[in-house]
Design a protein around this ligand. Sequence first.
Ligand SMILES: NC(=O)c1ccc[n+]([C@@H]2O[C@H](COP(=O)([O-])OP(=O)(O)OC[C@H]3O[C@@H](n4cnc5c(N)ncnc54)[C@H](OP(=O)(O)O)[C@@H]3O)[C@@H](O)[C@H]2O)c1
Length: 335
Amino acid sequence: MKNAINRQIVLAARPVGEIGQDVLRLVERPVPKLAEGEALVRNQILSIDPTNRIWMNEEDSYLPAVQIGEIMRGITAGQVVESRSDLLKPGDLVTGLGGYADYWVGQGQLMTKLPGGVSLEASLSVFGHIGLTAYFGLLEVGKAASGETVVVSAGAGATGSLVGQIAKIKGCRVVATVGTEEKRRWVVEQLGFDQAIVHRANPDLRRSLELACPSGIDVFFDNVGGEVLDAALSNLALYGRVVLCGAISQYNNPGEWGPKNYGELVVKRGRMEGFIVMDYHARAAEAFAALSLWLKEGRLQYRAEVIEGLENAPLALQKLFRGENRGKLLVRISS
Ligand SMILES: NC(=O)c1ccc[n+]([C@@H]2O[C@H](COP(=O)([O-])OP(=O)(O)OC[C@H]3O[C@@H](n4cnc5c(N)ncnc54)[C@H](OP(=O)(O)O)[C@@H]3O)[C@@H](O)[C@H]2O)c1
């Protein structure tokens, strides 16, 4: 790759609140030479994830903070174009933390080869971090069981839409909170959820959930936090479980996050538990076998929205925080 230019989006400033125009900057750098054990990947698709916002903060989270001037961390799928790693050869399709960039140079062992027959889009929408999060979050952390009522927030999103469908497959009654009427119709009419509530501009979400879940919420799979979490806590069933997957409504909030009414956990003998998908990577094959079967059987669907051009990645990330994505949000870097 002599003289090839690598466009990279770097963290130029730490956001305070929402991600402003000054936070991410596009720079051009040469593609570095490969060291022993490394491979060069042409990134094709970038996954835009709410957690990207967390990585921009100064404090380390479950991963170290991205430093000012560093390439913005992001999950990508792409093709190996050169290799000095015994594990990979040119042409292999891989995923991993390839970053907001045209090219990714890294050690071969940090790149995961895609199984045959899995498209790059499917790898980032189902057969990767999103599928594992939905599968293990619902079944291992939430312990959802047949006959129970499951509520999932951001239920039309990448993770939430899989959670609701897996819960249906397992025989649960499923209610989602979603941001728009279009999303409400999609999850009920296309995905078979029992009910969905539009949370935006809802004057009394607590009451809407009470009406939708007359015997209470056995499992609340929370992607959103804030007021939605408070409303769900108020409707928890006896021995209800709250799966803390994420809290996107709070990621731009520099202050302390709720919840306000955690006393409900005492009264209902409830349990609230957080998890990070990385903890389940060793068991990926188990989840992917189930997800793959359900896809083949037509019992599971996903939708992905692809935005063209690496240069549009910052705009894509902002879209996610306005709820403007329809399904898994991806950016096409190259074809
Ligand atoms: N624990 C883990 O290991 C792990 C792994 C992956 C993802 N996550 C978390 O899972 C959640 C969903 O991630 P995803 O990638 O699947 O994204 P997504 O649900 O596809 O997209 C985010 C959605 O969040 C909703 N949203 C955005 N701002 C909101 C606000 N202020 N209040 C309420 N809802 C808001 C919007 O949906 P509406 O239009 O429906 O409001 C938006 O479409 C995030 O919290 C993420 O951090 C956690």
